[in-house]
Ligand binder design. Structure first.
Ligand code: ARG
Ligand code: ASP
Length: 761
């Protein structure tokens, strides 16, 4: 089936556009809003009639521009109306209350925030959880040893007693999300910004008291839309989460850094956990007496797969987007902030790479750190390119010109100075943000010894502010926590990173006027001295230097060469870089809040969603390829055949296990193939960001069809400028997950727990 044969693709563009412009004016009043939905529904009916017809080239030309309905991360408790209608036009069969309801089980009851950073979903009536391999990575690593390397070989619990506890791991359900904007703004009319915070805090506390919560539930009132909206959110935390299984990294991380943020992709990026509860099905700390959690809802899994044009819904916890920044901010990200962060990481990655290639042990020690640093390095490059190619700055400028014209016409004088304020503040912000970025990238992120000294500096503050007892406790924890750090630390490598990065830092913010040549020499010598005259490069050294009272410890430590440098830079961060940054950031936040509000008032017909803020959201779209460049077209689904094509024997990124090769050779695919091929990954127009990893991808009926894990290179700019023409999220096909669990791992007992369905048949 081609794209144009799908329901939405057949809607006549002429009708759509003409009706939309009518609709646009209609959306201004509440009554008119209802009419708007009615009209959208009539388009829907018309469209479904047209699906019966045979397509002609004319139909194709007049296809509906449904890109306008994609993009956005919507609040699940407010889907009724516009979102529900748009979803139906895109092919959904679900009502808003199928997705979110507080009076009966709904999809939201199967979606959890996984350990605060990712998303996961329940796929059996015994609390079986599915998330990404890269989200479970730390846990998998913590259960691994050289004899039992679960990262390398994978792991599959044979029964419940083989499921491994993960102290400290939590998953969080959303019990309810209520819009409390009006209540929060009560009594705030005409008050100044300073007083506003106080009133908001008072209202927040009062609101929280109106909610009776059950044991283990938590109420928060969170700001949305840059402080223009507020939601009261009740959550419930489960704490006994056990590791059930994961494929080897050669499947879970296939393609590693080379393929990261790229399409076509072939990664089996999934892992399995299970929620345990006490005998009453309530959250509880780990206990061997706990039992598998009985969920309110779990997701059936579709065996029918996807094709171009299919409706997709991604339900998860996106971390952060900044979709409403002004042009001046985007310009600054592209031309000022991203390039230097990229350059710093590039330097450090090149050094790591050099050492990793020479030494097998270093390669193991630094693989995960390398991947972590490379992840956003690569993202920023793609992001900047995408922002340039999509002309994001020019588009924002055009919008701003229109904005100013309407502001003038309507006499909305309160918005007159928004852009002059932005321009002035972003000038200051650029410098402050860049100075802070340098510190973060060099001291905090890339030079491991400096990161260590930063943590020690914080320990020194604990000692100074809270005294000996607090220090002793914090120190013991610190020492215990650092064993792993030293297992994976190579001082020679880190010294070279120090020398190069500190040179870059010093050249950018010079304290003295010296020649570049001399500056290089200076930092090489300084690195030499610092690493030769510190106890901090070995675990024994650290333990020795931290022995004794706080007074003794810091007397000694302040004579340590590396600590002297590190603590001076840490002090600089707290006394200068961070305060300077927030002095402007706080002012910018006030203007951004006003601008976000103004945008909705000035363009009442445009769709505005609140930026991601790690709360539960719904985004929807369609399975769709894209054209990365003129003359190129990407298909939306990849297959096992592509894994075999990419196979490089023994390579750390592209090796393929014998077992998978055998399954491919014998075509032992069971019920998981599509026309004799195993689908691996697919892409769609869903608007996702970091935190959406592990999110369930649902079909028109709420069945699981995939697992979100990444985005395409050309579209990573979606955090600032979602564009349905080029932004794609990348998902693991549910059938690949089932195939690996069943045929590769032989863990059919897990398949037996699940509910496999055929919605298309
Ligand atoms: N790009 C994915 C997301 O930001 C991460 C995928 C993990 N894989 C990797 N090679 N780092 O987080
Ligand atoms: N890989 C990301 C995550 O870990 C998802 C993304 O940024 O698209 O959440």
């Amino acid at each position: 089936m081609t794209e144009f044969q799908t329901l939405s693709g057949l809607i006549n563009k002429y009708i759509y556009n003409n009706q939309l412009s009518v609709l646009a004016t209609l959306r201004e009043t509440k009554l008119m809003k209802n009419l708007y939905y009615l009209l959208l529904i009539s388009i829907l009916t018309l469209a479904s009639c047209k699906t019966q017809q045979i397509t002609t080239p004319q139909d194709q030309q007049s296809k509906l521009d449904i890109t306008q309905m994609q993009g956005g991360m919507w609040v699940p408790s407010e889907l009724e109306g516009m979102n529900e209608t748009e979803m139906r036009i895109l092919g959904s069969n679900m009502s808003a209350s199928d997705i979110y309801d507080t009076t009966k089980p709904s999809l939201k009851d199967a979606v959890v925030h996984f350990n605060g950073g990712c998303t996961a979903e329940i796929i059996s009536d015994q609390g079986l959880l599915l998330t990404n391999h890269h989200c479970g990575y730390g846990a998998i690593q913590s259960h691994s040893s050289t004899e039992n390397d679960y990262l390398k070989d994978g792991y599959w619990a044979e029964n419940k007693s083989g499921e491994l506890p993960n102290p400290g791991m939590t998953v969080t359900f959303v019990v309810r999300m209520d819009n409390v904007t009006n209540q929060m703004f009560q009594g705030t009319k005409g008050v100044t910004n300073a007083d506003l915070e106080k009133i908001l805090n008072k209202n927040r506390e009062a609101l929280k008291k109106t909610i009776t919560i059950e044991r283990d539930q938590k109420v928060t009132v969170k700001s949305f839309s840059n402080g223009n909206q507020f939601y009261l959110i009740v959550t419930e935390n489960f704490k006994d989460i056990r590791f059930v299984g994961a494929p080897p990294s050669s499947i879970g991380k296939f393609g590693a850094d080379t393929d990261n943020w790229m399409w076509p992709r072939h990664s089996g990026d999934f892992s399995l956990f299970r929620i345990y509860a006490d005998k009453n099905n309530n959250p509880a700390e780990y206990s061997k007496d706990n039992v598998p959690y009985k969920p309110k809802h779990f997701l059936p899994i579709s065996l029918d797969g996807v094709e171009t044009g299919d409706f997709t819904l991604v339900f998860g916890f996106p971390g952060r987007t900044d979709e409403y920044l002004p042009a001046v901010a985007i310009n600054q990200i592209v031309h000022k902030l991203n390039p230097e962060k990229i350059a710093i990481r590039e330097t450090s990655l090149a050094i790591m790479d050099k050492y990793m290639r020479k030494d097998e042990k270093i390669k193991l020690q630094y693989a995960s750190k390398f991947a972590g640093i490379a992840n956003y390095w690569k993202k920023w490059i793609g992001e900047s390119q995408g922002l340039i190619q999509s002309k994001a700055v020019e588009k924002k400028r055009a919008l701003e010109t229109e904005f100013q014209t309407i502001v003038k016409e309507k006499g909305l004088t309160q918005y007159n100075t928004i852009f002059s304020d932005f321009n002035k503040l972003y000038e200051e912000y650029g410098e402050a943000a860049q100075a802070r970025d340098y510190w973060v990238e060099v001291v905090y992120r890339n030079v491991e010894l400096l990161n260590l000294t930063f943590r020690l500096y914080q320990l020194e503050q604990t000692y100074k502010n809270k005294g000996e007892k607090a220090f002793a406790k914090a120190r013991d924890e610190f020492v215990k926590g650092k064993e792993g750090f030293y297992k994976n630390f190579n001082a020679k490598l880190d010294q070279e990173v120090f020398a190069k990065l500190m040179y870059m830092y010093d050249a950018r913010y010079p304290k003295t006027r010296i020649s570049e040549e001399y500056r290089v020499k200076l930092w090489n010598e300084s690195a030499e001295k610092a690493y030769a005259n510190t106890k901090l490069t070995s675990y024994d050294g650290l333990k020795r230097v931290l022995k004794g009272t706080g007074k003794q410890v810091f007397e000694n430590l302040n004579k340590d060469k590396a600590y002297q440098i590190g603590s001076a830079y840490s002090e600089k961060f707290f006394k200068e870089l961070n305060p300077n940054f927030y002095a402007v950031k706080d002012k910018l936040d006030v203007v951004q809040k006003l601008y976000s509000k103004a945008l909705q008032e000035v363009f009442p017909n445009k769709r505005f969603f609140p930026d991601a803020n790690s709360t539960l959201r719904v985004t929807y779209g369609q399975v769709k390829g894209y054209s990365p460049k003129d003359g190129m077209e990407y298909l939306p689904v990849s297959y096992l055949d592509g894994i075999i094509e990419k196979y490089v024997p023994g390579d750390y990124e592209f090796d393929v296990s014998q077992k998978l090769q055998d399954l491919y050779a014998t075509k032992d695919y069971g019920q998981y193939h599509y026309n004799g091929k195993i689908p691996v990954n697919f892409i769609g127009t869903n608007h996702t960001t970091g935190g959406n990893s592990g999110s369930p991808v649902l079909d028109a009926h709420g069945n699981l069809i995939g697992l979100n894990f990444d985005r395409v290179w050309e579209g990573t700019m979606s955090d600032y400028n979602y564009d349905a023409n080029i932004c794609r999220n990348i998902m693991v096909d549910a059938r690949y997950i089932l195939f690996i669990i069943d045929k590769y791992a032989g863990a059919s007992h897990l398949i037996d727990e699940m509910k496999l369905v055929h919605p298309k048949k």
